[in-house]
Ligand binder design. Structure first.
Ligand SMILES: *[C@@H]1O[C@H](CO)[C@@H](O)[C@H](O)[C@H]1NC(C)=O
Length: 579
């Protein structure tokens, strides 16, 4: 005990001397100490940066998700067009039979693994149409996808994460067709799938190879389905790809059109109904964006975790009608609603984005800020139904003062509207791909089918902040976490002392993005027990003691990207598995 105290005293003395020397040398070099580090990262004058990283992703990335273990991004669109820019390689022969009556063949790939470091493509072969489908990752980091079009609609498909793996498909697994449906991961690592065109229901995804008999009728989807009016049964929908978030109390928050509820998935009962969010429609084809805001986990297993949902953008309820029938494009919505989901009587608090956005993607960044990007300023989802691409990403800082949370960032030059996607990468950049507003591949249109891939560096990658970037000592971390247990995360650092109030350890569950929805995305800010800097003088390493999430309700079992954030700057992240 005494020797430990002595050690600590010695450390502190050495650190004080070290800091004094640093300070003196700073004074000597620049004449003043750097004050800018007290400014939130989003408010420095670095507005992010775009780089083009590939000219050809093979398929246009309508759906995309980062896969653990392989460190690749899975991208796929649809088989319905029987074309892409990557032919089926000889080892994947024979070709798909695209039409059983005519015998027409399809010798193109419709899904690929994209290596985000080299841009190299690995061809995969899929049979049943994945058009407008959904997905999520299992506890072992393998993909489970659901639904699609035609023969894909009742399909459950599996892709394991190994070098030679390819799709396994079960075309009759689901009870209802799931075209534009949402898949959600449950606390035990299982999945449910909600809605879809003509499917006003939900069902649990059965074990591999099994078949569901009956779906469960879900009135909310019926009640929120828009028709033009009783006389003109023009179907607008606005209830597809509902937003579904797992609340840390184990209930599911479900948002469709402008209404939302909390559903207990164990008893199929509605626990709470939230007030209507006014302003317009938020779900497909009105296609707004939504995230469960980062969950701050408290130390002490019994302390409640507050959960808030953010819903932004979308379109007026009849926007799709005008776009489809008259090619008249109404302005997209510019507002956001934010609500506490595990408090009774909570209300929506609204905020205004710097610009309107429909079909955008909303990504949670490793430092617990939110990035909105892609989409259009007028129109809706569907073929040629939007104009005026929104090129500028927007940063949303949830902890900021209301009215000061948004910042518009550096614009891209590539329109990313219908069928585009975005993926958070372990180095903190965001991969941006896809966009196809045509029924087929069309490279000569005003908004061509997009195969170029970009990376966007958010403001925390400002080169002048590089000194704050901690480096996780990978080999020292126990990569399998157990619920509710303490663990140690070691970081190599330039700073002799990491102020505990400026340190965050975060865990990110990868999103399955498609059509402006990011399924199963979540970020947890772990409870920080201690920052131990005793070893820093010898090894430049700090030891952070954190508490793992308490249960599957807070963090469904599976793979997460773990990052150490210092003064708002995230380290590169590493994969951890919790189970
Ligand atoms: C909610 O959406 C429905 C269907 O589009 C619409 O009739 C209703 O007026 C909306 N409510 C509010 C408060 O905006």
């Amino acid at each position: 005990m005494q020797s430990k105290q002595k050690q600590k005293q010695r450390h502190n003395t050495m650190v004080t001397i070290y800091k004094l020397l640093c300070f003196l040398s700073l004074l000597f070099v620049s004449g003043y100490a750097d004050e800018s580090l007290n400014v939130p990262i989003g408010l420095t004058n670095f507005n992010g940066q775009w780089e083009l990283v590939s000219e050809n992703s093979g398929v246009s990335a309508m759906h995309a998700i980062l896969l653990p273990k392989l460190n690749k991004v899975l991208m796929y669109d649809a088989t319905v067009w029987r074309t892409s820019k990557i032919p089926l390689p000889p080892e994947k022969m024979p070709c798909r039979i695209a039409n059983e009556e005519t015998g027409e063949l399809d010798c193109w790939c419709h899904s690929v693994l994209y290596d985000y470091e080299t841009a190299k493509l690995t061809a995969l072969k899929i049979e049943h149409d994945t058009w407008c489908s959904s997905g999520g990752l299992t506890v072992d980091g393998n993909l489970v996808g659901t639904g699609g079009n035609g023969k894909g609609a009742n399909t459950v498909r599996y892709l394991s994460t190994c070098e030679k793996c390819d799709w396994r498909e079960y075309p009759a697994s689901l009870a209802d067709p799931r075209w534009y449906s949402t898949q959600v991961t449950l606390p035990d690592g299982g999945f449910m799938v909600f809605g879809g065109r003509g499917a006003l229901s939900y069902e649990y995804i059965p074990t591999e190879g099994q078949t569901n008999k009956n779906p469960t009728f879900f009135p909310l989807l019926q009640q929120t389905r828009d028709l033009l009016n009783a006389q003109t049964p023009f179907v607008i929908e606005n209830n597809l790809y509902p937003f579904v978030h797992l609340s840390p109390d184990g209930n599911l928050f479900i948002f469709s059109n402008n209404r939302s509820i909390l559903l207990d998935p164990k008893t199929n009962t509605v626990v709470r109904e939230f007030p209507v969010l006014p302003g317009g429609s938020r779900n497909y084809p009105a296609s707004g964006m939504s995230v469960l805001l980062p969950l701050r986990l408290k130390l002490g297993s019994l302390k409640k975790t507050n959960a808030e949902v953010l819903v932004c953008g979308g379109a007026p309820w009849d926007s799709f009608y005008y776009a489809e029938t008259q090619k008249k494009f109404l302005p997209a919505l510019q507002d956001c609603g934010r609500i506490q989901i595990n408090e009774p009587n909570s209300v929506w608090k609204t905020e205004k984005m710097p610009s309107p956005r429909v079909m955008g993607d909303m990504m949670i960044l490793p430092n617990a800020d939110v990035l909105m990007l892609n989409g259009a300023k007028i129109g809706t989802s569907a073929w040629n139904d939007a104009e005026d691409p929104n090129f500028a990403p927007v940063l949303y800082m949830p902890k900021g003062l209301r009215g000061q949370r948004f910042k518009e960032l550096a614009p891209s030059t590539i329109p990313r509207m219908y069928h585009s996607s975005a993926v958070m990468l372990p180095d903190g950049k965001v991969l941006v791909a896809g966009s196809n507003t045509h029924d087929g591949y069309d490279f000569n249109a005003k908004y061509p089918t997009e195969l170029r891939v970009e990376k966007f560096s958010p403001p925390y990658l400002d080169p002048s902040l590089a000194g704050l970037r901690q480096q996780i000592v990978d080999e020292l971390l126990d990569k399998v976490m157990s619920y509710d247990k303490q663990l140690s995360v070691k970081v190599r650092s330039n700073e002799p002392i990491l102020n505990k109030n400026e340190v965050k350890v975060t865990m990110y569950a990868p999103a399955f993005t498609t059509h402006g929805i990011s399924m199963n995305q979540r970020l947890l800010i772990l409870g920080l027990v201690d920052v131990d800097s005793n070893a820093w003088i010898q090894s430049r390493v700090h030891n952070l003691i954190v508490k793992a999430p308490r249960s599957g309700e807070v963090a469904p079992p599976g793979y997460y990207l773990l990052s150490v954030v210092y003064k708002g700057v995230p380290s590169a992240s590493i994969w951890v598995q919790i189970k």
